[in-house]
Design a protein around this ligand. Sequence first.
Ligand code: GN1
Ligand code: MG
Length: 378
Amino acid sequence: MRSKLIDVCSNFGINDDCIDCKAISNGLINDSFWMKFRNNIADREYMLQRINSNVFKSPENVMENIIRVTEYIKKAYEAYGDKDYRSSLVFFQTNEGKYYYVDESGGYWRLSRYIRNSIVVNNTDDLDIIREIGYAFGNFQNSLDGFPVGFLHETIVDFHNTKKRYVALKNAINNARISRLNEATESISYLLSVEDEACKLTELADNGILPYRVTHNDTKCNNVLLDEDTRKALCVIDLDTVMPGLIMHDFGDAARYICNTTAEDSKLLNRVSIDMDKFTALSQGFLSPIKDTLTKEEADNMANGVFVMATELAVRFLTDYLEGDRYFKINYSEHNLIRAKCQIALSKRIAENLQEMNKIVNDIIHTEKIEKKASCLA
Ligand code: GN1
Ligand code: MG
């Protein structure tokens, strides 16, 4: 594998000595590798990724989006006076001037600068870090303000269209192997019982009540790089799904992951719940940079986004289980079923706590607005 990775890098014009490399097992979709090269002047580190072309049907379009978005963000950050070269991703071109390389077996690869002195967290109890991660995603949204939505390809069509996710689940139920169907009976009946609530955001967007923005669409906390020393957010990564979406998707996905008291695939279902202190910290960070741009309908539906995203992901995991695990990487044969059950438990806990979550969100948005008014009057 090592020589294959080195060969791919040479197609991006990197011909120095490779002194180290390792696989980074951080996502459920792409394959990522950290690579370190040395020449007689310096050591350089890179992030090499193989784009999953089963999931992303047009890796060319993915890269076109990413280049447009990263260039736009870089300018926005520079305009704020941010000069840290680590705040935005930098991708390399191949010897042919493309941002992706296609190997002899049709695999798509990309290479970016490795952001030094950075870490990701997969879970944390540190509320300052959680607030910081929320801020990174809120600020990402803010820095894309004004980016023409129509300039982006839809890299996965109907990615967060919950209604279509339910259609796919029902198809999978109709075509599933009986043994898998039997394992999924209870999960299916819960998911079907909450279909209307889960599809509410899609319904409101279809009716033009919620606006489409340029959103990240995959806001797990390990998609934020933090400075290893200060623990401040440096950079939002994993931009494959940046495309038109709803702000509640980004908020909801971030919260359903980082505020879950267990791992995303925990088997200890009675331990699954939403940690309200974490939810408050995340909300403070996420909402502060965007509060002034939110419509009333967006603000009113923000907490509901957490319910929708946990439920939608349960639908997606269960669909994949019923279809024979074609989409998400798995570590064992029941993995997608276990993941679905965990997200279902979370969906239930969120539904029970929705009133309190709404209050937390509204207090943040409202208090910030009052503070702003007060400072204008002063
Ligand atoms: C996938 O690539 P990764 O692991 O960051 C998935 C997300 C899911 C997530 C669940 C393109 O994200 O939508 O929420 O797994 N990404 C894609 O862990 O489907
Ligand atoms: Mg991803």
